[in-house]
Design a binder for this molecule. Structure first.
Ligand code: ASP
Ligand code: MG
Length: 407
């Protein structure tokens, strides 16, 4: 068996944790498996490096940032190899470049172009454990690059694909992917399995288990992987291709994103170009928009409609200022900014084949007197904006309604 094991920042946070990782890897090696280990920087290190650079200048040169950030992972690969040597396990550490990871030249968010893991194969053949630095690669010209925050996940998935690994395990500080945040919903359960698409929706909705790009990559190249804890031996959650059995479960998970805010333009004249003008201004300020809701207008003589959209909460002041500035030019009556909202979502591939999911969701909210301010849907997700003070209660209700009697 060829196994790729990735350990995140909290799993290698200090020498004690690194020892723990080493003994887990040693066990796997002793059972006769070929093991490739991918590690992140120790938790907090990447942030600290970024902070030091931005204390020197607000916008540091991106090539030099990659040079700097790559050191975080380089520290952990060497320490992990040393910890394995202490257990008498032959191990060699490799940088991303040495592992044959070639990327494009977009510093700080490079994309992997190809992997030629010649050294990795040769070392495995000699019976060594190979430890690869996550999050980094090299351009064809030999410049060091990094893959974007959380990019060690991507290194692990991409290496598993290139090496045709039998197993890819993502070790983290949680036991797997849960049906809801267990801190909010006491009955939340760890899922045994989940499809790539469900995982992507959950990640995008604030269930931050893994970098979304890595899940997209895994889906594209058909790499199944397991998310599990490095602190115990519990089985984790398998993320894989959707199969027919998965549609039997209507809703896989419930999430609440309390980090959004809503802007409403009241009585926007209903004519071509207004929405374009609004969202161009928002985009020019580099602000991401999530939900957008607009309906038909009613007054035939002076057609006008209300338009609402959501942005990340920290972007609200900036977005509100931009929209206020546009209000007169557009001819809207008023701009209302509201940060006391939460986005509640239910996700599941099963909703494609089960009618009545939206009705049940809205009925459950109605029964508890929770007002719905906005609604948006995709094929496998329904999201509603609700008053933030009702968010957690609504999340528990949703979990009870859809997930309580399910295995
Ligand atoms: N150390 C990098 C980060 O903190 C990459 C990773 O942890 O996956 O974003
Ligand atoms: Mg990380």
């Amino acid at each position: 068996m060829l196994i790729v094991q990735k350990f995140g920042g909290t799993s290698v946070a200090n020498p004690e944790r690194i020892k723990n990782v080493a003994s887990r890897v040693a066990r796997c090696h002793a059972q006769g498996s070929q093991v490739v280990v991918v590690v992140s920087a120790m938790s907090g290190v990447t942030d600290k490096l970024i902070k030091m650079a931005t204390e020197l200048t607000p916008l540091p040169n991106e090539r030099e940032m990659d040079m700097l950030l790559a050191t975080g992972e380089q520290t952990t690969i060497a320490l992990t190899a040393i910890a394995l040597h202490a257990l008498n396990v032959p191990a060699v550490s490799l940088t991303g470049a040495q592992a044959g990871i070639t990327t494009d030249g977009v510093h700080t968010k490079a994309k992997i172009k190809n992997i030629t893991p010649r050294q990795v194969h040769a070392l495995l053949k000699e019976g060594k454990v190979v430890i690869v630095a996550g999050f980094q690669g090299q351009t064809p010209e030999g410049q060091i690059t990094t893959l974007g925050r959380g990019g060690s996940d991507l290194t692990a998935i991409a290496l598993a694909a290139a090496l045709k690994a039998d197993l890819c395990q993502i070790y983290t500080d949680v036991d797997g992917v849960y049906t809801a945040d267990p801190r909010v919903v006491p009955g939340a359960r760890k899922m045994a399995e989940i499809s790539y698409d469900e995982m992507l929706e959950l990640a995008g909705l604030g269930a931050k288990v893994m970098q979304s790009r890595s899940v997209e990559f895994a889906k594209k190249f058909g790499v199944p992987f397991e998310v599990r804890s490095s602190l115990n031996d519990n089985p984790g959650t398998i993320v894989k291709e959707e199969n027919s059995g998965m549609e039997g479960v209507v809703i896989r998970g419930v999430t609440l994103d309390e980090n959004q805010a809503k802007i409403t333009l009241v009585e926007v004249p209903d004519r071509p170009g207004v929405a374009a003008q609004i969202f161009k201004a928002i985009a020019d300020a580099n602000i991401n928009v999530d939900m957008i809701v607009q309906n038909i207008s009613h007054t035939p003589n002076a057609p006008a409609t209300d338009l609402s959209f959501t942005v990340d909460k920290p972007d609200l002041p900036k977005a509100a200022k931009i929209i206020d500035g546009l209000r007169k030019a557009i001819g809207a009556r008023e701009v209302i900014a509201d940060e006391k909202i939460g986005k509640l979502s239910i996700v599941g591939v099963g909703m494609r084949s089960h009618p009545g999911v939206a009705a049940k969701m809205f009925g459950t909210l109605a029964g508890a007197g929770v007002n719905i301010q906005m609604i948006s849907t995709s094929e496998i997700k329904i999201s509603v904006i609700v008053d933030i003070t009702k968010g957690k209660q609504a999340m528990r209700l949703m979990h009870d309604a859809f997930l309580e009697n399910q295995t």
